[in-house]
Design a protein around this ligand. Structure first.
Ligand code: ATP
Ligand code: MG
Length: 443
């Protein structure tokens, strides 16, 4: 412990000079290297000059506030942990500190032990985060296989990082196949709970009548067939994260029960009168616009606000620009390696179609397509006529007249061949060309 604390550097920011001195003395006695700043501007300057592991900041300061400082640290110094302190404790203050990215919130007055405990926990969390990040970087250069360099995806990565460092509930929204579950996993596995379970629950796939027992468990004899006491997903996820997928599909009765869990942090197993404390982080996801579902009266507004403390919205694939190309490259390499085949390439015309297609099924659709192309490919070059015809049609439809005569010819030949079950003699008769020409045209 002492060797570890000695290397750690802490920056304390508070406009009250006495508080600054007291905290500094305590931390120095505890073996930490300590810097102090009486305002956020001084802190920002110090952060640029020295490697800081932990920032302890007052929330209420004249000029740049503690929340602004927290935001700055989160955005510019990813490897620093944050503890917020304030003399005006309020729930709102705590929520806003944690939402902006503070790991811990310490209301004044606090004892020396409380301070040292919070510092120890924050630094442990930092080490864990750093080690996971370096493992992931060593594996494939992106956090948990999330590929993307577009600005909209960078925003998602920043949000994932913030969410990973805060214990607050997260709502992940986005169209089907945009990567909501992957994001939920990234939040879990890059956060402080990484070594505890991540438990996904498909709320849309479990009948309403079973969902309660699946989530909260039941005691022996609770209903006919309950021969044993059985834990639910919440107990399984203790100390970890529960991922409530397709949350909009949860019925109103279950929503009330979930709201109670969020408020009280305890669950009741079916037929048990004794509540059980659970320490579970909730990440929920939806492919619907949840406020609309609230307006229709199908989702409780209070539950929506409880879930939506940190909100991460995944953009549809068609709005990610060149990320489409990056993803194609990524999946081609992955599936070619798996199939032990050389990597396929795409002609300019095929690329054009892939870039302009609407991708209603988003990344999942692209992943499936590349997998299929890799398996089916007879040579390394994929041309536009190798792509599904609906895709060619809608991509061209979207961008107007962009197809060359060769494209159209290639399409027509394929359709004719398909109509005669691949019989080249019959096809060449219909097309009015000899078999050799047909062979040349179809490669
Ligand atoms: N940015 C990304 N980089 C690499 N792979 C991705 C990315 N986003 C999604 N995927 C892959 O796409 C597939 C779909 O992702 P995921 O299951 O997370 O989507 P979803 O939004 O939960 O979909 P649904 O709404 O249908 O449940 C998965 O195989 C996932 O690995
Ligand atoms: Mg999903």
């Amino acid at each position: 412990m002492s060797t570890r604390t000695k290397e750690k550097t802490i920056l304390v920011v508070d406009d009250a000079i006495d508080t600054l001195e007291v905290i500094k003395r305590n931390l120095t006695d505890g073996g930490y290297r300590v810097f102090t700043a009486a305002h956020a501007a001084g802190a920002i300057e110090l952060l640029d000059r020295a490697r800081i592991d932990l920032v302890i900041t007052d929330m209420k300061m004249p000029g740049v506030s503690g929340s602004d400082l927290i935001r700055h640290v989160r955005e510019n110094h990813r490897d620093a942990e944050i503890i917020a302190i304030t003399g005006y404790p309020s729930i709102q203050g705590a929520v806003s500190a944690v939402k902006t990215g503070a790991f811990e919130y310490l209301p004044k007055p606090f004892t020396d032990t409380e301070l040292m405990d919070a510092v120890g926990k924050a630094l442990d969390n930092l080490s864990l985060r750093q080690s996971i990040r370096s493992q992931l970087a060593a594996r494939d250069g992106s956090p948990l296989g999330l590929i993307g360099e577009s600005e909209s995806m960078r925003q998602v990565f920043r949000a994932v990082e913030k969410a990973a460092t805060a214990p607050a509930t997260v709502l992940v929204s986005g169209e089907s196949g945009t990567g909501k579950e992957l994001v939920a996993r990234a939040v879990h596995y890059t956060g402080a709970r990484a070594s505890a379970p991540f438990v996904p629950v498909n709320c849309g796939g479990i009948p309403e009548s079973l969902l309660e027992s699946e989530l909260f468990g039941y005691v022996k004899g609770a209903f006919t067939g309950a021969f044993e006491t059985r834990a639910g997903f919440f107990q399984t996820a203790d100390a970890g994260t529960i991922f409530l997928d397709e949350i909009s599909e949860m019925g109103l009765t279950m929503q009330v029960k979930l709201l109670r869990v969020l408020q009280d942090r305890e669950v009741y197993m079916i037929a048990s009168r004794r509540p059980q404390k659970v320490d579970v982080r909730i990440v929920a996801s939806t492919n619907k616009h949840l406020p609309d579902v609230v307006k229709k009266g199908l989702f409780r507004e209070d539950l929506f606000y409880r879930l939506n403390v940190i909100s991460i919205t995944l953009p549809p694939l068609r709005e990610r620009g060149d990320d489409i190309l990056l993803l194609i490259h990524y999946f081609v390499n992955r599936f070619s390696r798996e199939a032990n085949k050389p990597a396929i390439r795409f002609s300019t015309a095929a690329m054009h179609i892939l870039k302009n297609y609407f991708w209603p099924g988003n990344v999942r659709e692209l992943e499936n397509l590349v997998q299929c192309l890799v398996i089916m490919a007879e040579n390394e070059l994929i041309d536009s006529c190798d792509l599904p015809s609906l895709m060619r049609f809608s991509a061209n439809h979207r961008t107007g007249f962009t197809r060359t005569l060769a494209d159209v010819e290639c399409d027509y030949i394929r359709n004719v061949l398909a109509s005669v079950n691949g019989n080249k003699t019959k096809a060449s008769k219909i097309l009015g060309i000899d078999r050799k020409t047909l062979r040349d045209k179809t490669g």
